[in-house]
Ligand binder design. Structure first.
Ligand code: TXA
Ligand code: MG
Length: 341
């Protein structure tokens, strides 16, 4: 219904985007249209954050539940003051240390920030992205841009323009294609309206880095390993067609072998090569450090799912540093894959 856009894709240089492409994208934002653009974390689906009709378009295009608030992107830390009645001192300190970068700060909402943008909450989530294309677009549009990840709700976040087009072709006016994203998992979301601040979502800025900067950070039950897993998360996240199983670090092989022996087609995402040759195994090794695992995670899950695997075995990582964000996304994906028909 009404998704008959001819989506335009413009290739832009990630370091020095063509000003004409940026101007075209910025004009669309000012006109209340949707533009997908790269950030250092994942691609975002952007609209004028202060235009309720434009933001409604984001929810429609994604199929996103109306009570899930959207992050507002601004070009510099100074711009936070226009979105909140009072900039908390901690926000100033965190912005100086981590912006531009993959940290989102939840603060009180200024009255002119539409409720649709904040999912009906009295708070607003704000970040300054560290991508030249995103920053150029924000400056040229000259207004804050609301942007969730540019995937259909329930799909993995997009880390390249092809993922955006797979999910949103015909639903977005323009895609700025600047190649793959450097971080690959979404921003860390930190709630500054609570004391101490609470980590709502682990992401590109690690908990260790936050605590080094501001001291103790609270963990919600859901993210606290000591508290055990909460029974259900509020929103449905990436739900692969395949059943996703999480193997402990270094223990992918025995689980994969057992599933193959059961006769299943098995997708395998691991960090070290396996001694495993099997016609029904679809093996993707992501060698190297954790940053690379985070960067390639969503793309590999999309690929394995597209290859018709009945089950995907994903290698877990240690719950520290960027490993928290990786494990959070893998757990949600595993949860999303349970009990579906
Ligand atoms: O890296 C990112 O954060 C990417 C890029 C595009 O910036 N964006 C992103 O947006 O991941 P999204 O909508 O996929 O995730 C936003 C998260 C959601 O978990 C949402 O519930 C939370 O931030 N959030 C947004 N506003 C909030 C608020 N006012 N209070 C609490 N949580 C909020
Ligand atoms: Mg998302």
């Amino acid at each position: 219904m009404g998704h008959a856009y001819a989506t335009i894709t413009l290739q832009v240089d990630p370091a020095q985007p063509d000003p004409e492409a940026i101007a075209q994208a910025a004009q669309l934002i000012r006109d209340g249209e949707l533009v997908a653009f790269p950030t250092e974390t994942v691609y975002g689906l952007g609209a004028d954050a202060l235009n309720p009709k434009a933001v409604a378009g984001i929810f429609r295009a994604k199929g996103r539940p109306a009570d899930n608030p959207i992050i507002v992107h601004v070009p510099s830390a100074q711009d936070l003051a226009a979105l909140t009645p009072e900039v908390p001192p901690l926000a100033t300190a965190l912005a100086a240390r981590f912006w531009p970068g993959p940290l989102t700060l939840v603060v009180r909402r200024a009255p002119h920030v539409p409720h649709i943008t904040t999912g009906g909450l009295e708070t607003v989530a704000v970040r300054v992205p560290a991508h030249p294309v995103a920053l150029a677009l924000l400056r040229a549009a000259a207004r804050p841009i609301a942007a969730p990840s540019a995937n259909r709700s329930g799909r993995p976040s997009p880390t390249c323009a092809a993922h955006v087009l797979d999910d949103l072709r015909g639903r977005v006016r323009l895609v700025l294609d600047a190649g793959p994203c450097a971080v690959g998992v979404e921003s860390t979301v930190l709630d500054l309206t609570q004391h101490p601040p609470v980590l709502l979502r682990p992401g590109g800025v690690t908990l260790e880095a936050l605590e080094a900067a501001i001291g103790t950070v609270g963990l919600p039950r859901e993210l606290d390993p000591a508290a055990g897993r909460s029974p259900g998360t509020r929103y449905r996240h990436y739900a692969p067609k395949a059943t996703l199983l999480l193997a402990p670090p270094g223990q992918v092989q025995p689980l994969a072998v057992r599933l193959l022996e059961e006769g299943q087609t098995v997708g395998i995402m691991a960090r070290q090569p396996l001694q495993l040759r099997h016609a029904r195994a679809r093996v993707r090794i992501i060698p190297g450090d954790l940053a690379r695992y985070a960067r390639e995670l969503f793309a590999v899950l999309r690929e394995l799912d597209a290859q018709g695997c009945q089950v995907i075995v994903a290698e877990g990582v240690a719950e520290e540093g960027l490993g928290r964000a990786v494990m959070d996304r893998l757990r949600r994906a595993a949860q999303g894959s349970q009990g579906r028909d």
